[in-house]
Design a protein around this ligand. Structure first.
Ligand code: IMP
Ligand code: MG
Length: 182
């Protein structure tokens, strides 16, 4: 047991369960995206591990981009304000985009990004999120591809952080409330 494991209340999805789900999701996406030469855009930093796995699970000719946004500022609830801290590096007009996100929570981030990419002339914007927490949605947005639905609990691991830590846990778990002072 690592020092990080000790901060976990319970495991929601094991490394094996994630691998199995990502493989199935990648195959589903391949069937939809074949012939479209999609551009996968990963939302940093939370989606970096999912991005690496889902692009390999979805065997279509594609290219990859990264965008970084901030809205949380080390808290466990969104501030509602989305800011681009690192932008994509190419023209996306006429491209079919698949935005790769770690978790769809309030929907602020993805509602903002979808609009941003459409304004820049994308032909289509699909959303692929590893986790969906529908109980907390405040924006009318849904994901085209969802790995798992999660309850209203703060989760970490497989890219997801609390105060920038726990991203490298191979599984997804719920943090003990005392770790974030509640
Ligand atoms: P939204 O804009 O409220 O949908 O939040 C999206 C972002 O909030 C995600 O990209 C995550 O970085 C972060 N987030 C939301 N819920 C959690 C969680 O349970 N654990 C870790 N990060 C979260
Ligand atoms: Mg994040």
């Amino acid at each position: 047991m690592s020092v990080m494991d000790r901060d976990i209340l319970k495991v929601l999805f094991t490394k094996e369960e994630i691998a199995q789900r990502v493989a199935a999701l990648g195959e589903e996406m391949r069937q939809d995206l074949e012939g479209k030469e999609p551009l996968f855009i990963s939302v940093l930093r939370g989606a970096f591990i999912f991005m690496a796995d889902i692009t390999r699970a979805c065997q279509v000719p594609c290219d990859v981009e990264f965008i970084a946004v901030s809205s949380y500022q080390n808290a466990t609830a969104s501030s509602g304000v989305v800011k681009i801290t690192h932008d994509i590096q190419q023209d996306i007009s006429g491209r079919h985009l698949v935005v790769i996100e770690d978790i769809l929570d309030s929907g602020n981030t993805l509602a903002f990004l979808r609009q941003y990419f459409l304004t820049k002339g994308a032909a289509s914007v699909k959303i692929c999120t590893l986790l969906d927490k529908p109980s907390r949605r405040t924006k009318a947005i849904h994901a085209d591809y969802v790995g798992f639905e999660v309850p209203d609990e703060f989760v970490v691991g497989y890219g997801l952080d609390y105060a920038q830590k726990y991203r490298n846990l191979p599984y997804i778990g719920v943090l003990k409330p005392e770790v974030y002072g509640q």
